[in-house]
Design a binder for this molecule. Structure first.
Ligand code: URA
Length: 235
């Protein structure tokens, strides 16, 4: 597929058509190592790498990112009390309407997916799709066998129609638990632990649908999902 250079830049979040045209005319855009000053030049987008102000970008029809969400960040474009996770990604992505694929609480850390692909977001947030999410937590009190079996049988949370069940539970230490769930109700993990008489002190999302947070992705860092990771997510 071919697009004009100004449209390519606009699609990648560099501003309005007018702003992108001016960017090209200012001589700050390079294609294949050469400055291109013609906004209307038609360019094939498959595999395209372009340089703006000395920084290289790859053309992407959609954005699929993973982030190691740090503590003290809100998964919102309009945060109330903390910084926004969207402050951690390039501003161009915000022009593309990047969204979180399901939210984590401000004090929860771990694997967060972000995308501008509405179908993808729906697929991984819809309760009907049953995508598993693995959480690791530290608890205020030691975990009892009774609490684990109640989580596995299911607990009734206030204002919820159906019981909430753990897909699996793995005790990591006397007061630490790894639990997988396949829904995304509001504060679900914290409420489930409250319902069995314990309390979450710290919460970390370790994995989503078979995709594990890479150890080398530091809190606050993000990267693009690879094709293989997208296939793994698709199951
Ligand atoms: N469950 C919670 O209680 N909080 C989160 O951030 C995610 C799941």
């Amino acid at each position: 597929m071919e697009m004009t250079l100004e449209k390519i830049l606009q699609s990648q979040g560099f501003g309005t058509r007018r702003q992108c045209r001016d960017l090209v005319l200012s001589g700050d855009v390079e294609i294949n190592g050469e400055v291109c000053e013609t906004p209307s030049e038609r360019i094939p987008v498959e595999g395209l790498t372009f340089v703006v102000d000395g920084k290289a970008w790859q053309y992407r029809e959609h954005l699929y990112l993973m982030m190691h969400k740090p503590e003290g960040y809100e998964c919102s474009h309009e945060p109330q009390h903390h910084a926004s996770v969207f402050a951690l990604v390039p501003w161009q992505f915000l022009n593309r309407n990047l969204q979180c694929v399901g939210r984590l609480d401000q004090d929860t850390t771990g694997l967060l997916l972000l995308s501008d692909d509405g179908q993808f977001i729906h697929r991984y947030t819809s309760p009907k799709k049953h995508v598993s999410k693995v959480y690791q937590m530290t608890l205020a009190d030691d975990l009892t066998e009774d609490q684990v079996s109640t989580l596995e049988t299911g607990v009734q949370l206030h204002h919820e129609r159906n019981v909430s069940k753990a897909l699996s539970c793995r005790k990591l230490a006397s007061n630490s638990l790894e639990m997988a769930i396949d829904e995304g109700k509001y504060h679900q993990v914290k409420r489930m632990m409250g319902a069995v008489g314990n309390k979450v002190v710290s919460l970390h999302r370790h994995a989503i649908g078979g995709l594990i947070l890479p150890e080398d992705l530091e809190p606050g860092q993000w990267r693009y999902l690879t094709e293989a990771e997208l296939r793994k997510l698709a199951g």
